[in-house]
Design a protein around this ligand. Sequence first.
Ligand SMILES: NC(=O)C1=CN([C@@H]2O[C@H](COP(=O)(O)OP(=O)(O)OC[C@H]3O[C@@H](n4cnc5c(N)ncnc54)[C@H](O)[C@@H]3O)[C@@H](O)[C@H]2O)C=CC1
Ligand SMILES: NCC(=O)COP(=O)(O)O
Length: 339
Amino acid sequence: MRTVCITLGDPCGLGPELVVRHFARESARRDEKVLIIGPESALVREMDRHGVHPFYVRLDKPEDIENQDADVFLYEPPQLSRLGFVAGEATREGGLAAGVSLDVAVSLLADGKADGLLTCPLNKAMLHKAGFDFPGHTEFLAEKLGVGKENVCMHLCGHAPKEDDKPKLRVSLVTTHPPICEVPKLVTGERILHCLRLTNDFVQAMGFGNRIAVCGLNPHAGEGGRIGLEEETVITPAIEAARSEGMNISGPLPADTVFHFAAKGEYAAVLAMYHDQGLGPLKLLHFSEAVNVTLGLPCPRTSPDHGTGYDLVGTGRASIKSFQAAYDMVRRLVESKGK
Ligand SMILES: NC(=O)C1=CN([C@@H]2O[C@H](COP(=O)(O)OP(=O)(O)OC[C@H]3O[C@@H](n4cnc5c(N)ncnc54)[C@H](O)[C@@H]3O)[C@@H](O)[C@H]2O)C=CC1
Ligand SMILES: NCC(=O)COP(=O)(O)O
């Protein structure tokens, strides 16, 4: 039987509320084991707020998940049990809880005791403040699962598994969280080709099609070399290499227009060169419903597309759609990996 871990992320953010609201619905219970990892006090806070009864069984040791039947379980790392978490505030404790919980999930995944991971949002600055030197989950998981951050690709899928028939935007990123001044040197041919392979495999496996558009880095995709040379020297050779492997790639295309056509269904995915180039259009169209998927890890990892949403904690106004889509997606990826 498969096991999906859910880390609560920053307990001061929306994660605990989304988990409680999701599992409060009887229909959310499935045929697999779900192990929630994080501080119980944050779940209790949200259960009280939403009038929800406990829906999980506590485990003293995370590895005990192996001997259980299908149900929802909670493991609270002992060092988190005495910490206080202030709902809606960015604190070092919140970053510590997120990092410690993620470490537990990594151990289970690395030992084959869990099959997939859904991460609730954390605060990147607080994660760092708590002593975890990673700019996000993507790099944390890539390094700690032994893959290396250069070998994974952040993909934001505006497509929940239970799909209506409207086209959706899907975006992969060549670079994830570097400062913008470092982007040009990180946009290498090797990295583009690797991201294209991962994206191509993903969109085809999910049945989304196979045509992928690649953005330029410079305005107007370099205007034939008059506004920058990366398109001619780096991006086009990588696209040609991908085509020679049989991939269906268009580009480099000006990033100011390509998303319009991708959103109409002309491309299964767009490969953007940097975070805001790809995620600006994605969130404009699909905010609070898209799923963040890390491609290239040894096991599936998904996440809602939004952050900690501190301003919404306790207001009841947060959308749960992206969390639910991330849960459906990780289950689907875990199932298809097992086949
Ligand atoms: N996967 C992760 O762990 C992610 C973490 N973050 C972190 O989250 C923190 C806050 O980042 P922000 O840029 O403020 O992004 P944010 O997504 O937390 O908030 C941006 C806006 O979206 C709204 N929002 C967030 N979640 C929502 C939901 N479920 N339903 C409806 N509206 C929602 C918020 O109220 C806010 O107005 C940062 O520390 C950032 O690093 C951001 C994105 C992803
Ligand atoms: N904007 C999405 C994002 O930055 C998510 O980062 P990560 O925590 O999934 O690495």
